[in-house]
Design a protein around this ligand. Structure first.
Ligand code: GRG
Length: 290
């Protein structure tokens, strides 16, 4: 798995370098800021899932590469904006000071805005096939919009300081974290010309993997240090934020992560042996918490 992940990260990084405007383009500070965030050491989980889903339903991952990079641009924009003082007000991300700490708030906001637009320009490189460019770009837009990523972030802000149920927490995370992870997988599957049945399986896998990922992220916030995480640790506790460990206890959260992962594995049954790489990736994400 480590060798596989490193190789896929290399493929994604190389494509991102190619797709994005060079730092020599004006305004230079903006293009530097964009590259600073994008190449600050993210795990590239979403693009790797996108490429893996393409392979799991079809063959070669190449058609999915622009879509994988587009998802990573949207993810990076969301992290930049989430770290801003108006939102999570964070000082650390991907092992480095947050973008607004280095370039100032205005450039950080604008770098996020530009990355969102770049994502769609990059996604338009997708050539189309059984699922046309309109379907694929629409999918990306929905996953980033008010009913998914942005809506989930608003629901998360509104829940701060309030007692919420596990059900409500799950609904927030299905949008805030799950929608983009699911979209990454669905876009990969679409680029691989998935059958309706395979696409349904990949979608359900994404939903459950997104929840497992969030539970693990919440656990790591409690159990790890800033040095290992590359971002602030213990923030959720300090902010009196609803998290899985807070609502279920640490052991309850660990059990929930294992259960979501097991159900995610089960969702892949229609893919047969071709789903093995997705099964392994879900197992790998779960193993981060132990
Ligand atoms: C600002 C529109 C907008 C949305 C923000 C992404 C997000 C929504 C908030 C970030 C807060 C957070 C901790 C979310 C939980 C899951 C998550 C997205 C973790 C970060 O993703 P990783 O671990 O990060 O894949 P890297 O840096 O490896 O890419």
């Amino acid at each position: 798995m480590p060798a596989y992940l490193a190789e896929r990260r290399r493929v994604v990084d190389e494509a991102l370098r190619r797709y994005l405007p060079p730092v020599t383009k004006k305004p230079r500070a903006l293009h530097e800021a964009i590259r600073h965030s994008l190449f600050a050491g993210g795990k590239r989980l979403r693009p790797i899932l996108c490429l893996a889903a393409c392979e799991a339903v079809g063959g070669d991952y190449a058609p999915a590469l622009p879509l994988a990079c587009a998802v990573e641009c949207i993810h990076t924009y969301s992290l930049i904006h989430d770290d801003l003082p108006a939102m999570d007000n964070d000082d650390w991300r991907r092992g480095k000071p947050t973008l607004h700490k280095i370039y100032g708030e205005a450039i950080a906001i604008l770098a996020g805005d530009a990355l969102l637009a770049e994502a769609f320009e990059i996604a338009c490189r997708y050539g189309g096939g059984r699922y046309g460019p309109g379907v694929v770009v629409g999918e990306l837009a929905r996953a980033s919009g008010s009913r998914a990523l942005v809506g989930g972030q608003v629901a998360d802000l509104e829940a701060e300081g309030r007692e919420i149920s596990v059900r409500e927490l799950r609904a927030i995370h299905l949008r805030k974290t799950g929608a983009l992870i699911t979209a990454a997988l669905r876009l990969g599957a679409m680029a691989g010309e998935a059958s309706r049945e395979s696409l349904r399986a990949v979608t359900e896998f994404g939903r459950l993997l997104g929840l497992a990922f969030q539970v693990v992220d919440d656990i790591l916030d409690v159990t790890q240090t800033r040095e290992t995480l590359g971002k602030s640790a213990g923030k959720d506790l300090a902010a009196v934020k609803a998290t899985y460990p807070r609502l279920l206890g640490l052991e309850g959260a660990r059990l929930a992560a294992r259960r979501y992962t097991a159900r995610a594995h089960g969702a892949l049954a229609p893919l047969g042996e071709r789903g093995a790489i997705l099964t392994d990736l879900a197992g790998h994400l779960l193993s981060r918490e132990s």
